[in-house]
Write a protein that binds this ligand. Sequence first.
Ligand code: CU
Length: 356
Amino acid sequence: MMSLIIVLSVVLILAILYMIFRVSSLVGIAKGTPVGKVDPNNGIHGTLFLVFMVTSLVGFFWYSFAHFDSYTLPIASEHGLRTDTLFWITMAVTVVAFVIISIVMFVFIFQYRYQEGRKAKFFPDNHYLELAWTIIPAIVLAVLIFTGLNAWNDITSPASKEAEVIEIVAQQFAWTARYPGVKDKELGKVNYKLIDNFGNEFGLDLTDKNSFDDFKSLELHLPKGKEILLKIRAKDVLHSVFLPHFRVKMDAVPGMPTQFKFKVTKTTEEMRNETGNPNFNYELACTEICGRGHFSMKMSVVVHEEEDFEKWKASQETWLKQNPDYLKKVPDALKEAAMIKAGMQKDPGEGVAAVE
Ligand SMILES: [Cu+2]
């Protein structure tokens, strides 16, 4: 009902504007102004177009340079350098085209404005001109697209075997990370049908022995200088993983796991020194409008040197240890192994200095 009223009001307003226009032209005719006569302010309009061109171009360049630091973040990943270079090359090419087109457009409006007694020149076509404005953009675009495609193919190529695999799970409105654990370094199997309200938010399949030492984290910890493979999934609606400093962006799609591999080049500490901001923290943000709480969907990211990262991992409690009720889901034959692997029971083979 409300939208019908809005549509009707818009139609009415348009009709009223049209009537005002009609009335003013009729008044003009009644006053004796000849129809089709060029507005005496034509020259002023032409000049105003030039003024608009100069102020907006100056404003565009001033803003782009003066506020450069507020819209470009420092890069902290290997592929980020490459994508940023491509981005700035594309930007340079398009800005040159934009400036030329703007100048030609507005200068022509001014230069060829109506002047009494001037006749237009008949200029049907020019093959050389048409070839030039077809072939030059075609070559430039092909070079941009193929270098971009090449970079994209490298960035999305399979990760190496040594990559640090981390799972990131999106849901309205939080991120949860799952690490494969320090014992087997393999993520346990998951099944969405096993997700419940009591603690199994990952849908961890406890019949798979790789799941015993998996652990959960509400902060994303990453090692510097090591390839990282983020395995991404969503539990409800579309979300999007965005790690702006690493130039990582990948949608999290329910029912369709995605992934992104990258290598971080600066630890949180190094970034604090570089930016001169002792409170600097990397962050992961959701860049898909996923509901009312979308704005709050972020996660802190901590980048360590590799050995500190290993220490951090070793200090984490396994998911199974935090949710001991789920031991009953582990097949009887695997229970003891599960308790040892989850750090709930000492490994008899390892002696006194074992887990815990
Ligand atoms: Cu989201």
